[in-house]
Design a binder for this molecule. Structure first.
Ligand code: ZN
Length: 658
């Protein structure tokens, strides 16, 4: 591991908080050091409070901030003297400790301080950095790990046996530090916490940071020099094609165990498959996470194979065994990590973002387990220790910080024609209500309609069966299944009277607006039938279906035919709980079909201003693509739970339709 410190990019040396932010971001940028909100950092500075009194301040990472993106306001400024006094107290409960930490803050609007604040306070050095570096965890999680740490670091490391993070760990470290300083001038350069992570510190941020890099580098060198070679080359593990219904069944079973729809993301790279196909998988994966705070992302154990009922039983037994006399409510017993020799790794989360975090955490766990096994044997913490962390109120608070889940959290939507206009508006409306969305379009712009991590854009032509198959496969591999299909893709074609119809243009409009639909519906039916709640289809029709316009033969006929297809689907699929409804928009001018020039020329044709022309409906209201997107999202929601086969105008009221 190499230092990434760039003196030219770092803030001035006397900007201590800036230096700490810079070092924190360097650590956060490397997933081999910390993952998704893990780790914490601090800096001690002299300041003045509002009375003008001098005060020593510990700026410590706030909970909920990620080291990779932290800013100065992500640190809580705490009175150092007060923190050190707290270390003299014999015992503090978690709520007492958090209360004291908050009350020690100089800024009431600062984030909640890290649960490790007291540990940062007791270390005398100005800068303190804490990571869960993979290479160090590989050594601390070995059978006989403490001896290996001694072998690698000798007198350079203060080794701290595992103690639950928080007040108890801080007290324990305070005793060890006092004991050490009684016989030495200074602390050893690093503190290694068994089965947890590593602390480094120094008078400068660069010094503390480069010490962290050095610690990790020494661990990596030791591992490289002492691991047995891999017996099976990972290239030998190729992913096999998997039936999408198998994945959707798995997601449905896991969602049922969780009590809510969940996102499931599959990873089947050669390294992951090699791990999932180990003959000793059940033994090595039954140890638990490499550092305790990963438990909230992965649960203590992965599910091996696909027997969700057995996993749920096992989880309930684990809860019963360890809850003791404590008044705790069991968390949902659904797995977060599935390891299957055929499927590979399937990570489960409430949102796509959570599943992605679980993927990252477990892929690092795989590497740690794999290397530790080749060094002599992976040994994680006891089930009791992991349970204490999983049900620790301060860890649960990290998950709750996200707030209540939105309406469609855990549900997956596929939207065609998503690059622009109504399709784009539908995709955005569903995203806003918490769905994970795949947008499909021939327009390459479909990938860029949002930066949301819950969205994937796929460039595909609906008239090409292979491209549609690939898009559906992406949806299922990425999110686990499908709950909602919005068919919004369509073309208007040129305005031309029947007597002058161009057969090729007629065929094109009919093919895109109708011809592609049966194939798409057929491909997604089995997935929608496996939706954890129920499947929904919304077809974007047109006012033209009930009120056709002269010159729009192909378009009007295609929308009428598509509507009829949706009605038949409503009849055929009701038994599977799938609702199929149609919206009929009209005069939606903020789409690619309409340019300002075209609107002006049509308005002139009717002797109207463009503004009046846009509102020529009974309600005199402008219908935008966002209006239609909202209606489509509403149709997928619980208010329409008992509605199928319906056709809803979104046209401001039209006297030919009413
Ligand atoms: Zn930690």
């Amino acid at each position: 591991m190499k230092s990434a410190w760039d003196e030219a990019a770092a803030p001035a040396a006397d900007d201590h908080v800036g230096q700490c932010v810079y070092a924190s971001r360097l650590l956060g940028a490397d997933q081999a050091l910390v993952l998704h909100g893990g780790g914490n950092t601090s800096v001690k500075v002299q300041g003045r409070d509002v009375t003008g009194a001098e005060v020593d301040v510990l700026h410590v990472k706030g909970s909920g901030w990620d080291l990779a993106s932290i800013q100065a306001q992500g640190f809580a400024p705490l009175r150092l003297e007060r923190l050190r006094k707290l270390l003299g107290v014999d015992a503090l409960t978690d709520p007492q400790m958090m209360n004291e930490l908050r009350c020690a803050s100089l800024d009431a609007s600062a984030p909640d301080p890290s649960v490790e604040s007291l540990l940062h306070a007791l270390i005398p050095d100005r800068f303190v950095l804490h990571t869960h570096a993979d290479a160090v965890l590989t050594l601390t999680n070995l059978d006989g790990g403490a001896a290996r740490i001694r072998e690698v670091y000798g007198e350079d490391a203060l080794v701290v046996p595992y103690v639950m993070p928080g007040f108890d760990l801080a007290k324990h470290c305070a005793d060890l530090v006092a004991e050490h300083l009684a016989g030495h001038d200074a602390l050893p350069p690093v503190m290694i916490l068994m089965c947890h992570g590593v602390f480094t510190y120094g008078a400068t941020a660069r010094g503390a940071y480069e010490r962290m890099i050095d610690v990790v580098d020494r661990a990596e060198e030791y591992i490289a020099a002492n691991t047995a070679p891999v017996s099976v080359p990972t290239q030998a593990h190729e992913a096999e094609p998997v039936d999408l219904h198998t994945l959707a069944d798995l997601r449905k079973a896991v969602s049922r165990a969780a009590g809510v729809p969940m996102i499931a993301r599959r990873v089947a790279t050669p390294d992951v498959l090699a791990f999932c196909r180990r003959s000793d998988l059940a033994d090595v994966a039954a140890q638990g996470p490499a550092t305790p705070d990963h438990v909230i992302r992965t649960k203590r154990l992965p599910m091996i194979g696909r027997d969700v009922a057995a996993y749920v039983d096992g989880y309930a037994k684990y809860f019963e065994t360890h809850v003791g006399a404590r008044d705790l409510v069991m968390l949902d017993p659904a797995p977060r990590i599935v390891l299957d020799p055929r499927l590979g790794l399937v990570a489960v989360g409430r949102r796509a973002k959570d599943a992605a975090i679980a993927v990252d955490v477990y892929r690092h766990t795989i590497e740690i387990i794999d290397r530790a096994e080749r060094l002599g044997g992976y040994r994680a913490l006891s089930a009791a220790d992991i349970f204490a962390m999983e049900y620790w109120s301060l860890e649960q608070a990290k998950l709750r910080r996200g707030g209540a889940a939105p309406e469609f959290a855990g549900e997956v939507a596929l939207v065609t024609g998503a690059a622009s206009g109504i399709g784009r508006a539908c995709a955005l409306a569903l995203l806003e209500r918490g769905a994970s969305v795949v947008g499909l379009d021939v327009d390459p712009g479909v990938g860029a309609i949002t930066e949301s991590g819950e969205y994937v854009g796929v460039v595909a032509d609906l008239t090409e069966p292979d491209a549609v198959d690939a898009a559906v496969r992406t949806t299922v591999e990425r999110f686990g299944g499908l709950d909602i299909l919005v068919a919004a893709a369509g073309v208007f074609g040129r305005s031309e009277p029947i007597a002058e119809l161009d057969p090729e243009r007629w065929r094109r409009v009919m093919e895109v607006n109708v011809g592609t639909l049966p194939m798409l519906l057929a491909r997604v039916h089995g997935l929608l039938a496996r939706a954890p709640r129920y499947g929904r289809v919304v077809l974007v029709g047109s006012k033209n279906k009930d009120a056709p316009g002269p010159g729009a033969a192909a378009y009007s006929v295609s929308k009428a035919a598509a509507t009829q297809l949706a009605r038949v689907a409503a009849l055929e699929w009701a038994a599977d709980g799938i609702r199929v409804n149609v919206v009929h928009p009209d005069a939606v001018f903020d789409t690619g079909l309409w340019t300002p020039e075209l609107i002006a020329s049509r308005a002139e044709h009717y002797g109207m201003t463009p503004e009046d022309y846009k509102k020529r409906n009974l309600l005199r209201t402008e219908v935008t693509s966002a209006t239609v997107g909202r209606m489509v999202a509403d149709l997928c929601g619980p208010s329409f739970r008992a509605t199928t086969g319906a056709q809803i105008p979104v046209d401001g009221g039209n006297d030919r339709v009413v």
